[in-house]
Write a protein that binds this ligand. Structure first.
Ligand code: SAM
Ligand code: SF4
Length: 354
């Protein structure tokens, strides 16, 4: 699709026309990645974060968050549970926690790989090449890190860099590929000042980066952040980014359109129906996501006492896609005419570029 075609579909609101787009995405999904829906066990191992992202409730500046770090035993218990329930992948996610001992995490990865047949995915933010290599050598298979928006100026504004020379997320994604990870990224839709044009560009960048996994979701305002706090909104300060009618709205319809266009543009990639979609649109969010290109779901395996503290945005902790609802999730997949994936569910895209 051309840039103009992407723009056209992103802005389209006619339900009948969108049905055509969603059917096309579903057809491409079936042809390239089949009917399996892969389940990933998401474990949020720490909510400590040293960054100041203007959109996220875990930002260092939010002093109202009670911080936690899971112990090795707690993480291994989650991993064993997931493996015993037939999950093929564990995803360990955290804030950018520089208190997290890199050698300790390497041991955790090694132990999961020795004791379970699962693939290990990491989502720990921007880390050095040495750390990423260490974890790869310990057995980690995949790494997820959204570039959030392709508008570099907007990203810098919303995600203040640690230092002027720090590598940006795009550079780190390229490094991850070189190291040999299966690499995932994605964006938030509807962040203040995100224009239609930059969202279309995001999809083109997915393709250019040859990503193996692409997970995007709607932005949900958190009141204890600079972006979510209306009185402190920084939106009007930028002149070259979106305003009014050029602003992408933060609703689930945009997320569905983005999922469908991503599937058509990057047919062999793994695409999750992300948590934010299900938080905004519940079970229907799931079903719709699966019908417009998604082939992955990530139920939350974080122990409930920690899950409620991992409040990236309001409602995140009450998400119904979790280990306690595993049977419902599987039923929903089957009711959607799909099958529950077995094994690690690696990205067919990775197989191709290998
Ligand atoms: N710290 C790591 C990082 O930033 O890549 C991983 C954890 S971070 C909480 C995971 C993702 O949450 C981010 O990439 C961002 O897209 C998403 N996120 C953060 N705040 C959000 C919000 N208010 N609404 C929707 N998604 C949000
Ligand atoms: Fe930290 Fe990630 Fe949240 Fe940014 S998005 S504040 S890096 S947890």
């Amino acid at each position: 699709m051309t840039h103009d075609e992407l723009l056209y579909w992103l802005k389209e609101t006619d339900k009948d026309k969108l049905e055509v787009l969603f059917s096309k995405a579903d057809e491409v999904r079936k042809k390239h990645v089949g009917d399996d829906v892969h389940l990933r066990a998401l474990v949020e191992i720490s909510n400590h974060c040293s960054r100041q992202c203007h959109y996220c409730g875990l930002r260092a500046g939010n002093k109202d968050v009670k911080r936690y770090s899971m112990s090795k035993e707690e993480i291994l218990a989650c991993a064993n549970k997931a493996a015993s329930m037939g999950y093929g992948t564990i995803v360990m996610q955290a804030g950018e926690d520089f208190g997290l001992d890199v050698e300790w995490l390497a041991e955790v990865i090694k132990e999961i790989k020795q004791k379970t047949p699962m693939a290990v995915t990491l989502s720990l933010g921007e880390r050095t090449k040495d750390e990423l290599v260490l974890w790869k050598n310990a057995g980690a298979d995949r790494y997820l890190m959204r570039f959030e928006t392709s508008n570099a100026k907007l990203f810098k504004k919303l995600h203040p860099p640690i230092s002027e020379n720090a590598p940006d997320r795009i550079q780190i994604l390229k490094t991850l590929k070189q190291i040999g990870y299966e690499v995932g990224s994605g964006v938030m839709t509807g962040i203040p000042n995100q224009s239609w044009d930059s969202l279309a560009r995001d999809i083109e960048l997915f393709k250019e980066l040859n990503l193996d996994m692409i997970g995007s979701g709607p932005y949900i305002a958190h009141p204890d952040t600079p972006l979510g706090d209306d009185e402190n909104c920084h939106c009007e300060e930028q002149s070259d980014v979106a305003i009014s009618e050029n602003q992408v709205p933060a609703n689930v319809e945009i997320a569905y359109k983005l999922m469908a266009l991503t599937r058509i543009m990057c047919p062999d990639t793994n695409i999750p129906c992300t948590t934010a979609v299900t938080v905004l649109n519940g079970e229907l969010g799931f079903r719709t996501g699966l019908s417009c290109g998604a082939n992955v779901l990530m139920p939350d395996f974080t122990p409930p006492e920690y899950r409620v503290l991992y409040q990236i945005y309001p409602g995140k902790g009450q998400n119904k896609t979790c280990v306690e609802n595993d049977a419902d999730v599987r039923q929903l997949i089957m009711d959607s005419g799909r099958t529950v994936g077995t094994g690690q569910g690696a990205s067919p895209n990775m197989g191709k570029h290998k």
